[in-house]
Design a protein around this ligand. Structure first.
Ligand code: ADP
Ligand code: MG
Length: 691
């Protein structure tokens, strides 16, 4: 018997090749695809709202008598129709209309219309409402149903999608969709079966609970949400399985490199660092590729942990690649590792897109011959022309969630082709627990949940930029008292050039106004050596004040700096602000962070700055960031579709995450089920590797 997923949409009445092409843009090819194209909301057309009780932004049905119909010649010609019911007046405004519409909407006509309330000159208005003249009686409340609203693409309108879905529903009787959720799970949560759920969401029956449906909390919706989250979880577990289907070099620690490294450190590792290292050491000594995420707050000391992991690989004769998402971050790591490893007789290699010509050639040779035991750089590390000798460990410092396809691609760079490298992922700032559970389901997680001893709390204040003079004298006082300060310039533009320019102007201004202080400037366009020179001067206390772009977000470590001014903090994400603030609070003095915002702040902007003032715990801040910005922004993967759900809403539905996480591993054995669920919910996105 044919299955719904084998029946092409062109089977439906009115679907020719043109419409099929449009539907394909929505990922819809089969009738099953169509039924899994789910309404993302509903309109409530079940009752007539008295005009007098409308508010701006309300969406709904009103009914009344046309009392006036005028052609208005404003900037744009429009037809303005005034409708009255017993509670008030409402204006319908049409910018496009034809003669017959104008006739229909004349004085005395009885009309029912559906629209969204906007403020108008003389009261509320509907623009281009859907309307009916001489409407039939409203269905009795017990027969009224909600109207589904579907995601659209160019070339197709709501009513068309609606009617196609209704047609497809008729096929469900003969070709029911396969139930892939285990009976036990359905029973535990008293969830309806898949066919019942699909029917209900596409055509809510009269009397179905309206508020639950509008909020997406109806059991039928929740069942689908659960299945969707499960499908995402399974797809990540499958990636993990694919990577681990290869063997890896078992890296057994040999020699004394790690011990010599520890001996030269001016501090002892924290217990948390030791615990995480133990996890890593065990993973690395297995002939199975490690897939481990290390999370820790700003300043918790992830880099040292990465260095020790690298040394375990190097000391057992293998090669290591360390990749960072930006040139600047990669460079910070390079300088750090250079300082640490050269005394051990190891010289890291540096590779970025900017390394060209002879230097590039020489570097590639060092990497290919295995002379370079560790290579540090950007994505350029994984271009085709880069051949490794015995690459066995890849360390990725992630700012944002790396695409899964990229993670899969790393597998191909392993030693001797058939062996996959171990992967160690470090995140710049903590990721909320539920988000990590779902977005990083392909990785094991270790937490560095402790800061090195002696870190001081940072007092954070928000000040409007009108009080810039006050802020400047505060900087002056601090520096006179022997401390050092950062002044961070931000810009909305992505352009690095403009950022640098802004920092230059600010530095000039501050030099003029603070003639007694030594003011330095760093930004991304300086050469690595210049940058390092200035940083060294700041470290040595030769400079009092360092003006910088967000370059200093990463890796900069000057304990005597106890004041940081961040201009226009409203332009940055919470995680980034938390990173920046983490540049101070590293010494013995009380530290301060001044967020100098440009008023007026939006409601949301105020809430965000308040979060920073209230907390210094990166995990708490990450949770708030998730609430305020949503998972796509927090992961920085809005473009790639990661965490873009059809029905699930991360905030609303995060209660399912632990359930799905618990259920998924035991389902992995059933290939057919796994593939079917992934295809059903992720469809083409999997093929394009976008997840
Ligand atoms: P992050 O986790 O934010 O990447 P880093 O690895 O840059 O943090 O470490 C922050 C600073 O703390 C660095 O100067 C590092 O040398 C120092 N550090 C790391 N571990 C310890 C420790 N156990 N005790 C004291 N200082 C440490
Ligand atoms: Mg770091």
């Amino acid at each position: 018997m044919a299955a719904l997923e084998d029946i092409n949409v062109t089977t439906l009445k009115g679907v020719g090749s043109a419409l099929a092409g449009t539907l394909a843009k929505l990922g819809i090819h089969s009738l099953q695809d169509l039924l899994f194209h789910l309404p993302h909301r509903y309109e409530d057309r079940t009752r007539i709202i008295p005009i007098g009780s409308l508010h701006v932004g309300d969406v709904g049905v009103v009914e009344g008598e046309v009392v006036k119909s005028d052609l208005v010649m404003g900037r744009r010609r429009s037809l303005q129709v005034t409708v009255r019911d017993s509670s008030g007046f409402l204006v319908l405004r049409f910018f496009h209309f034809n003669a017959s519409q104008k006739n229909q909407l004349s004085e005395g006509a009885r009309i029912r219309c559906f629209g969204e309330v906007r403020p108008g000159r003389a009261g509320f208005e509907f623009y281009h409402p859907e309307y009916q003249v001489n409407p039939p009686p409203m269905p009795a409340p017990e027969r009224a149903t909600l109207t589904p609203v579907y995601p659209l693409t160019e070339g197709i309108q709501q009513p068309r999608v609606r009617s196609l879905c209704q047609q497809a529903l008729h096929y469900l009787d003969r070709y029911p969709v396969k139930e892939w959720l285990p009976d036990a799970l359905l029973a535990d949560f008293q969830m309806p079966g898949i066919n019942e759920a699909l029917r209900l969401v596409h055509a809510p029956p009269a009397g179905a609970p309206v508020p639950a449906l509008l909020e997406g909390r109806h059991p039928a919706q929740q069942r689908l949400v659960m299945e969707e989250l499960l499908a995402h979880q399974l797809s990540l577990l499958r990636v993990r399985e694919q990577i681990q289907s290869r063997e890896a070099l078992a890296l057994l620690p040999r020699g004394d490199l790690p011990d010599r490294f520890r001996d030269q450190l001016p501090f002892q590792l924290t217990q948390a660092q030791e615990r995480v290292l133990l996890d890593i050491r065990q993973d690395l000594s297995q002939p199975l590729p490690m897939l481990r995420l290390v999370q820790g707050d700003v300043g918790s000391g992830k880099t040292v942990v990465a260095a020790l992991a690298a040394l375990q690989a190097i000391s057992s004769g293998a090669q290591v690649a360390l990749m960072a998402p930006t040139e600047i971050l990669a460079e910070q790591h390079y300088l750090n590792f250079q300082g640490w490893f050269e005394p051990l007789g190891l010289e890291p290699a540096w590779l970025s897109g900017k390394v060209k010509g002879k230097v590039r050639q020489a570097t590639l040779e060092r990497v290919a011959s295995g002379d370079a035991r560790i290579v540090i750089g950007t994505h350029a590390l994984f271009q085709d022309d880069v051949a490794f000798d015995r690459l066995a460990l890849v360390i990725v410092d992630e700012q944002h969630r790396f695409g899964v396809h990229q993670r899969l691609a790393l597998r191909e760079k392993g030693a001797a082709g058939s062996l996959a490298p171990h992967q160690l992922i470090m995140t710049a700032t903590p990721i909320p627990r539920t988000l990590a559970m779902s977005a990083y389901a392909d990785l094991d997680t270790s937490l560095i949940d402790e800061l090195p001893p002696g870190r001081k709390p940072i007092e954070t204040i928000a000040i409007a930029d009108a009080r810039r003079d006050e802020v400047i004298s505060r900087v002056e006082d601090a520096c006179r008292a022997g401390r050092q300060a950062y002044w961070v310039c931000t810009l909305i533009e992505e352009s690095e050039a403009l950022q640098c320019q802004a920092a230059e102007v600010t530095a000039e201004d501050l030099r003029e106004r603070l003639p007694d202080l030594k003011v330095g400037l760093v930004h991304g366009r300086l050469k690595a050596q210049e940058k390092a020179g200035i940083m060294q001067q700041f470290k040595d206390g030769i400079l009092d004040l360092l003006v910088a772009t967000t370059v200093i977000e990463v890796g900069v470590d000057v304990p005597n700096a106890s004041l940081i001014i961040i201009e226009n903090p409203e332009r940055l994400g919470l995680a980034q602000l938390h990173q920046l603030r983490g540049r101070v609070g590293r010494g013995h003095e009380a530290s301060f962070c001044v967020l100098m915002y440009h008023p007026p702040l939006s409601q949301n902007g105020k809430a965000r700055l308040q979060v920073l003032r209230d907390s210094q715990d990166g995990f708490v801040i990450a949770e708030k960031d998730l609430e305020i910005r949503g998972p796509g922004e927090v992961l920085g993967t809005r473009q790639t579709g990661m965490m873009q759900f059809r029905l699930a809403d991360f905030e609303r539905d995060k209660g399912w995450i632990p359930v799905v996480r618990e259920a998924a591993p035991s389902l992995m054995g059933d290939r057919q089920r796994v593939e079917a669920l992934i295809r059903r919910w992720l469809g083409e996105r999997i093929r394009y590797g976008d997840v």
